[in-house]
Design a protein around this ligand. Structure first.
Ligand code: 13P
Ligand code: SF4
Length: 342
């Protein structure tokens, strides 16, 4: 039986919510970190001592990206977490990403520099409300974006990321309706791209839903030579103005392969660091949020700092821990994703 058709017979799991712990880090009792100038060297020494791998998302501060072993989008980071042989995974990203790494690696220590690094999409989809929604659509295949809690993953038939969502939805049986959660903007884009109708959970990302359309139009007038590239978490009216839409890694690839000399970038501006490094001769313009904020940085991603990264290598805290029964239920739809997008 193919992976896609096995979804047909997935047994609907019972729901137990195991909310993730939330706390700030480092605690008052933590050892003092070295001075800022010595942090990169100190982190490097600890990484070797601990046999640790540092995985970082493109939305992390430049200094964290520069010290990471692997920089990637959600799919690449999940794949690297699945294949690592390190004893310790330091996840410089947000909670659902580190939790995914722990689901794939129950025997390894997984630390997140700041446990309060959550995600508005994961928060917008409480497991008990999702269970009720799912129960109202019991004939649907449940596809959840990786930006959700383990308790929501455990209720899903298949996990996807923005890199593989269209490809995965296209593989699903045509005679079954599909429920997609928690990002409605991504869901609408996937529906248009795949030609499948999706029943959407009404969640959104606080960063991508607040880009200013007015500022985008002004930037386009100012830089007519620039291509507009956008993450599919953006609202429809902004996606309609984009020349290219894709996950963070696909936007980075586009910046490298397109003939355009400049890009107006509709995603979190952390990605600009890699764009500027890989094609320094090109120009990149971030789009501000409608509140006038010039950067529109993700407030969760930016909680991680080099100092907190040093602390979590020094103390191996704060750790991601998961109830084993929940982990196993969340693992199945992640493994399906990895198999179907291999
Ligand atoms: P990517 O998988 O495209 O990196 O997206 C992750 C994310 O959180 C976007 O806001
Ligand atoms: Fe979540 Fe949005 Fe931040 Fe991505 S940018 S981690 S979706 S809040």
């Amino acid at each position: 039986m193919s992976v896609a058709s096995s979804i047909q017979s997935t047994v609907q799991s019972t729901v137990t919510d195991f909310p993730a712990a939330r706390s700030s880090h480092p605690p008052a009792t933590a050892p003092p970190a070295p001075p800022p100038a010595q942090l990169p060297e100190a982190i490097d020494a600890l990484r070797r001592e601990r046999n640790a791998v540092i995985l970082a998302h493109y939305y992390q501060d430049d200094a964290i990206q520069d010290i990471a072993d692997v920089i990637g989008d959600s799919l690449e980071l999940a794949r690297r977490a699945a294949s690592t042989e390190a004893d310790v995974i330091v996840f410089c990203g947000v909670h659902f990403m580190a939790e995914t790494a722990k689901i794939l690696n129950p025997g390894r220590i997984v630390v997140l520099p700041d446990l309060a690094a959550g995600c508005s999409l994961a928060d917008a989809c409480p497991a008990d409300e999702f269970a009720a929604f799912r129960a109202r659509h019991s004939d649907h295949i449940v596809v959840s974006y990786i930006n959700c809690s383990a308790a929501v993953k455990a209720q899903s038939d298949l996990i996807c990321t923005s890199s593989n969502a269209v490809q995965l939805v296209q593989q699903l049986p045509k005679d079954r309706p599909i429920l997609f959660a928690p990002d409605a903007n991504l869901g609408r884009w996937v529906a248009r791209q795949s030609g499948r109708e999706l029943t959407l959970w009404p969640g959104s990302c606080i960063v991508h839903e607040t880009f200013s359309e007015q500022a985008l139009l002004e930037l386009r007038l100012e830089h007519p030579e620039a291509e507009v590239i956008a993450h599919p978490e953006c609202q429809q009216q902004l996606l309609d103005l984009a020349d290219f839409i894709g996950s963070t890694s696909k936007l980075l690839q586009r910046a490298q392969t397109s003939e355009a000399p400049a890009f107006i970038v509709l995603t979190e501006p952390g990605i600009l660091h890699q764009m500027q490094r890989r094609v320094p001769e090109k120009a990149f313009y971030p789009v501000p949020g409608s509140d006038g904020c010039s950067c529109n940085a993700c407030p969760y991603m930016r909680l991680n700092t080099l100092e907190k990264l040093w602390h979590c290598l020094a103390t191996l805290e704060p750790r991601i821990e998961l109830d084993e029964e929940l982990r196993l239920r969340a693992l199945a739809p992640i493994e399906r994703m990895l198999a179907m997008s291999a």
